[in-house]
Design a protein around this ligand. Sequence first.
Ligand SMILES: *Cc1c(COP(=O)(O)O)cnc(C)c1O
Length: 363
Amino acid sequence: MAIPFYNFKELHNDEFRAQIKEKISNIIDNTAFVEGEYNDSFEKDFAAMQGSKNCLLVGNGTDALEISLLALGVKAGDKVGVPGITFYATAEAVLNIGAKIVFIDTDPVTGLLDPASLARTVKTETLKAIIPVHIYGLPAPIKKIEMICNPLNIAIIEDAAQAHGTFIDGKPVGSTNNLVTFSFYPTKNLSAFGDAGCILTQDDELAQKIKGIRNHGRGIEGLGRNSRCDHIQAAVLAQKLSKAEDYNEDRKKIAGQYFEALKEIKNIHILPEEFISSSSWHLYPIRLNSVNERKKLQVMFKEKEIGHTPFYEEALSEMPELKSYSGEDENAKSFAGKVLCLPIHPFVSIDHIKEIAEILKSL
Ligand SMILES: *Cc1c(COP(=O)(O)O)cnc(C)c1O
């Protein structure tokens, strides 16, 4: 049976369509197209859900990172630590404000930033900030990162673009004292009908600054930009928020079913059981022993019409635009290319998992 990697048909079912059409109709009636009542209600509710004091909606997840860096005073020429494995946008945000990247190596099993590599790096590099990424939805080791960064005044921005529903030490991502950024791009766990993102912060002063930056610098000193969130996107997010926690629970249940179905299979490596309840399971990565085995599995999945994506095919330092930046990333390079993500949207069934397990057994 064909198994789609994403399932927007179920996500945007008739009930949801009726609800969202009513909200969009209200927006047209009130001609409030940018920053309206749904922006306000979503910001309030999402902050509460994630254990934060302030939520500021912005144009997208990359802007959320850039605006966070600017709000913290990171300037052109400053150095910012970025993990060797992440989506390109994490690095792009640093370069877009004129700052420089220093690579920090990742854990060989999870792909999360490795605090030991960070501890070595800060001995020789003066970092102004660091962007740990909750990659795949897994919780990055924030406490250990804080222990290294706080005494040195290195600001921490958590890239939670894949982590709506992630828990760190039992608390929702967003509960720390760091700036925490999200993307609501249509494929993320909580998604708009286009581009949107947000920044969470416990600090009211930073919240005011971010509000100014996203709206042409209004009310603050210095330059701003336009990164407001459209009212229609906020309405979609506000509507989806009511089901977000249920859908994240579904993903965790499915991750548990994958774990049971795949744990005995030789030649593949799955994530440890401890992450079943703490990850948002934005993606379900399995690791193969070689790049060739990953490619072989892709051919097998393609034949059976099973959705899959090779996140990430290369470490950041292997991308042409980023080759000139230095740091540690031996593990990241070895990890990249051997990973294949399996379908894990809320509508994956136990029969889907059994079929995928059979294919993996025959690898
Ligand atoms: C999606 C994503 C982003 C960028 O978000 P956009 O909304 O596409 O700008 C940044 N970081 C990570 C880890 C992502 O997955």
